[in-house]
Design a protein around this ligand. Structure first.
Ligand code: CMC
Length: 430
């Protein structure tokens, strides 16, 4: 479509023309960048529900179709046919790798998984009962104090090294944060294991005995990483971009992303969903909870249901449900009561006109908590695992931003509703 289309805004009889830009997919975008200079007005959009903050070629979501594409490839195909490190390459570099490119990339990531030995002291400085996300925010931010040779954001090679380091070291940092809270020794990464197996081993192995990673568990872990790898301009990714817009170093930017992800409205929903399923407890109590979710006077919502962008289905939820079946089957957890409640709740809610009318479907968080708990992770590790997965998304978006000629420091304006000018009043006169 032509780039010459315009939108017209009329304020107090004055007319302003703005360019309408056509994306390769998704709704058109009205470019209001010059609006203030021309008309002296701001636009107001809390929560950015109608605002595009950047140009990006990485991830596309069609919420009505329930489609999630990374560099054009649908997430269900990637989850079925690919694996996490290949998806990392795709997100970072734009295309699927050749066999040689993939081997080189996997070798690079594998050889960056150890963290500076002195960083162990940081973990030991935290209280044992610290939340692993608190530890991760601190330790990832501290990486800029150790890896000076990859903090120059104007050097493409340093940006590349920082990206590799972050993707490679995040599982080690998350696993060590966990080990520290349970009082077990840190387990070092091993170069003969794949990314997901290495993470499982660093979380669950102890020096006292051999630990063998089950390939089905490793596959399920890899899928969880793959399904959470990127989700375009969500809150934590936008936080990374905003931090980076000032020229901050990569480790500081990713630490900011981790801090944002920690919030229950973003990374914490799978924990809330698992807790809700446990509270429901048995299928006969489901109608009671569905009635509560529909009651406008009750703040209760079905956790793991609904999404700001997906209004048909969340394509990640289907893959997650299959993985839940596989993992529980492997672990011999037949007739798991929580899984039974989840499946029955999904069925009853989808048959209920309230959920159909409001376009509410299970989201990625509906089944992921069940899988992670069955694997042996405590709920406090659910968000750190999300952070491990999302690091590649943050890093890819950060790299893209730094090569965007339109990049400026992020500096939103405001609709001021406070006091206007008034003179200072001496304390004795107040
Ligand atoms: N249970 C019951 N009613 C709901 C639910 C729910 N889970 N979600 C939305 N609604 C109702 C809501 O009450 C509202 O009704 P009405 O129009 O009568 O006021 C209507 O649906 C629209 O809700 P909304 O809050 O305006 O929708 P939103 O797009 O702002 O919110 C959401 C999306 C994800 C915050 C919301 O669906 C929700 O709170 N879900 C439960 C929490 C959850 O599972 N979050 C994980 C999201 S997926 C993670 C990720 O991708 O990062």
């Amino acid at each position: 479509m032509s780039e010459n289309r315009t939108a017209t805004l009329t304020i107090d009889g004055n007319t302003y023309e703005m360019q309408v830009r056509s994306p390769s997919a998704g709704p058109d975008v009205v470019d209001i960048g010059k609006l203030y200079a021309q008309a002296g007005v701001f636009t107001h959009d809390p929560g950015f529900t109608s605002t595009s903050s950047c140009e990006s070629k990485i991830t596309f979501i069609d919420g009505d179709k329930g489609e999630l594409l990374h560099r054009g490839y649908p997430i269900d195909q990637l989850a079925e046919k690919s694996h996490f490190l290949e998806v990392c390459y795709l997100l970072l570099y734009g295309d699927l790798p050749s066999a040689a490119e993939l081997e080189k990339f996997e070798t690079t990531i594998t050889h960056h998984t150890m963290i500076h030995e002195q960083m162990g002291n940081f973990f030991r400085g935290f209280r044992r009962d610290a939340h692993p996300m608190a530890v991760m925010v601190g330790v990832v931010g501290a990486m800029s104090a150790f890896y000076h040779d990859s903090t120059d954001i104007n050097d493409p090679r340093q940006r590349e090294i920082a990206s590799h380091r972050l993707i490679a070291k995040m599982p080690t940092i998350a696993a060590w944060a966990y080990k520290y809270t349970i009082g077990q020794p840190f387990v070092y990464p091993r170069n003969d294991l794949d990314y997901a197996s290495n993470f499982l081993r660093m979380c669950f192995a102890v020096p006292a005995e051999e630990y063998k990673v089950d390939p089905i568990l490793s596959r399920a872990m890899d899928r969880i990483f793959t399904l959470h790898a990127d989700h375009e301009q969500n809150a934590s990714t936008s936080t990374v971009r905003l931090a980076s817009s000032s020229g901050a170093n990569p480790f500081a930017c990713i630490a900011a992303g981790i801090a944002c992800l920690w919030g229950p409205a973003h990374g914490g929903a799978n924990q809330a969903c698992l807790e809700m399923l446990k509270e429901i407890g048995s299928p006969d109590r489901i109608p009671e909870f569905i009635a509560r979710a529909k009651d406008k006077n009750d703040p209760f919502r079905l956790m793991g249901f609904g999404h700001r962008v997906y209004k048909n289905h969340d394509p990640r939820a289907k893959v997650m449900k299959e993985s839940a079946d596989e993992v529980l089957d492997l672990l011999g957890i037949e007739n798991n009561p929580i899984l039974q409640v989840a499946k029955e709740l999904e069925k009853q809610a989808l048959e209920d006109p309230y959920f159909a009318e409001k376009k509410l479907f299970p989201n990625v968080d509906f089944y992921s908590g069940i899988i992670l708990e069955a694997m042996g992770f405590p709920t406090s590790m659910f968000t750190p695992i999300f952070a491990v997965s999302r690091t590649v998304g943050w890093v890819s978006q950060w790299k893209e931003q730094l090569t965007d000629p339109a990049m400026k420091i992020g500096r939103p304006r405001q609709l001021y509703t406070g006091e206007t000018y008034r003179d200072y009043v001496e304390i004795e006169n107040r």
